[in-house]
Design a binder for this molecule. Structure first.
Ligand SMILES: Nc1ncnc2c1ncn2[C@@H]1O[C@H](COP(=O)(O)OP(=O)(O)O)[C@@H](O)[C@H]1O
Ligand SMILES: [Mg+2]
Length: 302
């Protein structure tokens, strides 16, 4: 340990770090979040802070998320996982008390700059929530509503050049999105039925299909299986794995086995909104660098 690190550690013992019960004190080493990967960074987050009024919910988070992979965000309740996820498509803009400092680049472009079209951004960075929230409309309309609202269906000049009508384009979009979400075979004969008649697991796959319909590069998922039974959960997990061949998936989960099963890399947030460790999932679970992360993963707190 270098002299500088030693003196930092000594300092920190006079100033108690904020911890939940059971968490030991530890000075986070910036090297624990340095993750080298070979592919391109789809998202690059730099020194991100989020405040809700006086409450400092995320502290100086920096990480790069590789394209076409699954990144799991884990950590105890209240450590800022959902807050972080919402920063990636500026959903926190909708929360009045929220203030965000720092940088998030998507394909190299800063999303926190003036003039960013938020509708376009959320089309490129789709979101799936904890409880399935289909629109109270037909299965078909759940898929085509977004593209229609964004004007893609009316504007499908290319489709028309190829001699296809908007209806044909819509049919194709519905089938493609539902197929990608592993739902097509279950619903193809009842596309005009109300989506609220589907099971919970089917509704969640429909929400994933709806996010896929706007052709996003990134899909954010906030505990997408936590309201589902084990069979429905397994289907969502398989689906996430398949999607990562084409999409960049970022998933919050409180289920550590799930994170270990489905993700390529794992980011661990701990109390106080700090990103403590980030790396290859096997490394983080089998050989964590932080002793707090080790305690968390072995179930000593959280
Ligand atoms: N809309 C909000 N308004 C005020 N505080 C919030 C809001 N959302 C989250 N927080 C606070 O920010 C912190 C992080 O919350 P959150 O991101 O939801 O954590 P997690 O998803 O890890 O459970 C918590 O202290 C929480 O109370
Ligand atoms: Mg949350």
């Amino acid at each position: 340990m270098s002299e500088r690190q030693l003196s930092k550690t000594e300092e920190s013992t006079d100033q108690p770090l904020q911890t939940t019960s059971g968490e030991t004190r530890e000075q986070t080493d910036p090297e624990w979040t340095e993750y080298d990967f070979e592919s391109r960074a789809k998202l690059a987050v730099d020194d991100l802070d989020v405040y809700y009024g006086e409450d400092h919910a995320l502290k100086g988070v920096s990480m790069e998320i590789p394209e076409e992979s699954v990144t799991a965000l884990i950590g105890p309740s209240g450590c800022g996982k959902s807050t972080f996820l919402r920063c990636l498509n500026r959903m926190n803009d909708r929360i009045e008390s929220a203030r965000i400092d720092g940088s998030v680049r998507l394909d190299g472009d800063e999303i926190y700059q003036d003039g960013v079209d938020l509708v376009e951004l959320r089309k490129r960075v789709g979101m799936v929530f904890q409880s399935p929230n289909p629109f109270p409309k037909s299965i078909r309309d759940n898929i085509s509503y977004g593209p229609r609202k964004h004007g893609d269906i009316e504007k499908s000049f290319l489709a028309r050049l190829l001699g296809r009508s908007d209806e044909e384009y819509e049919e194709e979009l519905v089938e493609r999105s539902l197929t990608q979400a592993a739902l097509w075979d279950e619903v193809k004969d009842r596309l005009d039925d109300n989506a609220l008649g589907l099971s919970g697991g089917q509704q969640q796959r429909l929400c994933i299909a709806r996010a896929l319909a706007t052709d996003p590069g990134v899909i954010l998922m906030d505990e997408p299986a936590s309201a589902l039974d084990p069979i429905a959960t397994a289907k969502i997990e398989d689906l996430i794995h398949d999607l990562s061949e084409e999409y960049t998936v970022v998933i919050v989960t409180h289920n550590m086995q799930q994170a270990a099963r489905i993700s390529d890399q794992t980011a661990v947030f701990l109390t106080g909104g700090e990103l403590v460790e980030y790396g290859d999932t096997d490394q983080v679970f089998e050989n964590p660098k932080s002793s707090r992360v080790e305690d968390y993963i072995s179930g000593k707190f959280g």
